[in-house]
Design a protein. Structure first.
Length: 585
């Protein structure tokens, strides 16, 4: 009997943990862009940070996940250590929502309106609705909602399975002796800490305790210290995630631990001191899932109320505990700790790609300016920008490939593909800017100069290319389809300018107004400008194609060029007038 009960307990535990994981990951995917918007509304106010952490944790049902994200934000430089305190405290309170949901298993009563809230009454309906939504719909959000319902069903049945399995052994003296040991506050806290550290989720640990409490064998005297310990054990996830992170990130994870340890020490001491005088009569009574949720919530709220006003002191204590390293590494813009919530990691990758786009835009403008007046400092900055562009491409490419291995929603998957396609184009634009800079340096070193006509023609083409890059960047950063659609007609004008400038150069060469050596340099500059424009076309086409849920860029470009589009023709004509060469030729 004992062996079969233990096997049933393990089976129920497996169902519960799987259901919680499925529900949590589905909630993250379903939250999607909303979660990203909430998390990036960072604030220096501890009270607002508290609400932020509470809301996010209530949405994704995991204080560990929220805290790991905070560690990632601090490590990436997106959040100051002082900002993280309120969010971490809010996350600790937000996780109590799960305990209240799971407490439904403890509802008792024969009245119809009470029995309606029993999981055994509505779980079959929830399961059917969930499987219909998951298998019967092609919409990602509907499928995610179905997964949430299925995960909730599995974890609730897992709780009932654990409860039914433990009832046969609940009356055994050996089992009761073990539970009596946990009535010792120190042993109870240690048990809760260790078990929660193993499963790395206080929500799961509390849920398992609630399931076991349905046997009627766990008294308040054992449940209270175990719950206190569970809140300390959940800190292990953030502590592990901070390994190898910056000093500030390690301090953020330490704040999570300090908050729970101080809260436990103060309120445990106060409770047991009061119990020594009052001798609470309920201590030997069996606890229920609802009362476990109450204990969990009261501890969270009392700790938050006590320590939130002392946010600055928590930061100082964390700084004292984790000392500054002598050789602190640079802030990592892309932190794999954010993979715990893929939509947030993707948002950060997009932000870094936008930095890369701005870098390419600035580099091209600086390179074009060197053709008029060569400045070594500006030339060096263009070269540095090219090196940074190479690093961006390498780091972003690796990050996005690893992110693709995560469970991404369809929208996030398209966004990931878009970023992978674009980082190569932005990197190549920086390369072409560096090529133009090298041509300008060659002119300066050899004391060569183009004719006034050639310089004016180059100015027209450079302006056209910079406008193409501006439109492509706007299309990417703001998902501006109008800007994206204007890139291709302007890119065609750039190609036309390249041909006309070459023709004019040959004419000047035949008249002895230009040299062959200058012609080679001019041709290199024209090629770099034209190719930069081509990459802008790739970026804009990618934005349009992904918005149309397709990645057939070649077909799109053919359709735009040869499909007799009035929008294309009108813009092509307008850009020809705007970027006309001198003398109207």
């Amino acid at each position: 009997m004992i062996a079969s009960s233990l096997m049933g307990l393990l089976a129920g535990l497996a169902m519960f943990l799987y259901g919680m994981n499925l529900m949590g990951s589905s909630l993250e995917k379903r939250a999607g862009n909303q979660l990203k918007r909430i998390l990036f509304r960072l604030t220096s106010s501890p009270a607002k940070g508290f609400l932020l952490g509470l809301i996010v944790t209530a949405v994704i049902q995991s204080s560990s996940a929220t805290t790991v994200m905070v560690v990632g934000f601090v490590n990436s430089g997106l959040m100051k250590l002082a900002q993280s305190v309120g969010i971490i405290i809010g996350a600790n309170v937000g996780t109590a929502v799960t305990a209240w949901i799971l407490s439904l298993t403890g509802i008792e009563g024969d009245l119809w309106y009470i029995s309606m809230f029993k999981p055994s009454s509505f779980m079959p309906i929830v399961a059917v609705i969930g499987i219909l939504m998951f298998m019967g719909s092609k919409k990602d959000k509907t499928k995610d909602t179905g997964s949430i319902l299925l995960g909730f069903t599995v974890l609730m049945y897992g709780m009932e399975f654990m409860s039914d399995s433990v009832k046969p052994i609940a009356a055994l003296p050996e089992f009761q002796n073990v539970l009596t040991m946990f009535a010792n506050p120190i042993l109870g806290v240690l048990a809760g800490t260790v078990f929660t550290a193993i499963v790395q989720s206080s929500s799961a640990s509390v849920g398992i305790l609630q399931a076991l409490s349905l046997s009627g064998a766990i008294p308040f005297s054992s449940a209270i210290p175990i719950v206190m310990g569970q809140n300390i054990g959940t800190c292990i996830t953030a502590l592990i995630s901070s390994s190898g992170a910056s000093t500030e990130a390690k301090r953020a994870s330490m704040i999570h631990l300090i908050f729970n340890v101080i809260g436990m020490l103060i309120w445990m001491s106060a409770f047991y001191l009061l119990d020594a005088f009052v001798q609470f009569s309920f201590m030997d009574m069996p606890v229920t899932p609802v009362y476990i949720a109450v204990i969990h919530t009261i501890f969270k709220l009392l700790s938050a109320g006590l320590l939130l006003p002392f946010s600055d002191q928590l930061v100082k204590l964390a700084c004292f505990t984790v000392r500054e390293k002598g050789n602190e590494q640079d802030v990592q813009l892309l932190d794999e700790r954010l993979f715990v919530t893929p939509s947030v990691a993707l948002a950060q990758a997009r932000t870094v790609t936008q930095n890369m786009a701005a870098l390419a835009q600035s580099s091209m403008k600086n390179a074009a300016s060197l053709l008029h007046v060569f400045d070594e400092k500006i030339a060096q900055s263009v070269q540095q920008d090219e090196d940074r562009g190479d690093k961006y491409e390498d780091i972003l490419g690796t990050y996005l490939v690893k992110l693709a291995e995560r469970d991404l929603s369809a929208n996030d998957s398209r966004e990931q593909s878009k970023l992978l396609h674009m980082i190569g184009d932005f990197e190549r634009i920086s390369d072409h800017a560096a090529s133009i800079m090298k041509s300008a340096r060659e002119l300066a070193e050899k004391k060569l100069s183009f004719s006034a006509d050639a310089m004016e023609e180059l100015s027209v083409m450079s302006s056209a290319v910079n406008e193409t890059l501006r439109l492509a960047t706007d299309a990417f950063v703001n998902d501006n389809l109008d800007s994206a659609a204007r890139v291709e007609p302007l890119e065609q004008v750039v190609d036309l300018l390249q041909k006309r400038i070459r023709t004019r150069h040959i004419d000047r060469l035949s008249r002895g107004q230009c040299s062959i050596e200058l012609g080679f340099i001019l041709n290199d500059i024209l090629t770099s400008l034209s190719r930069a424009s081509d990459h802008c076309s790739n970026i804009a086409g990618c934005v349009i194609e992904i918005n149309q849920n397709s990645m057939d860029l070649h077909s799109y470009l053919n359709e735009v060029k040869y499909g007799n589009s009035s929008f294309f023709n009108d813009n092509y004509a307008a850009y020809q007038k705007e970027f006309a060469l001198p003398d109207g030729k």
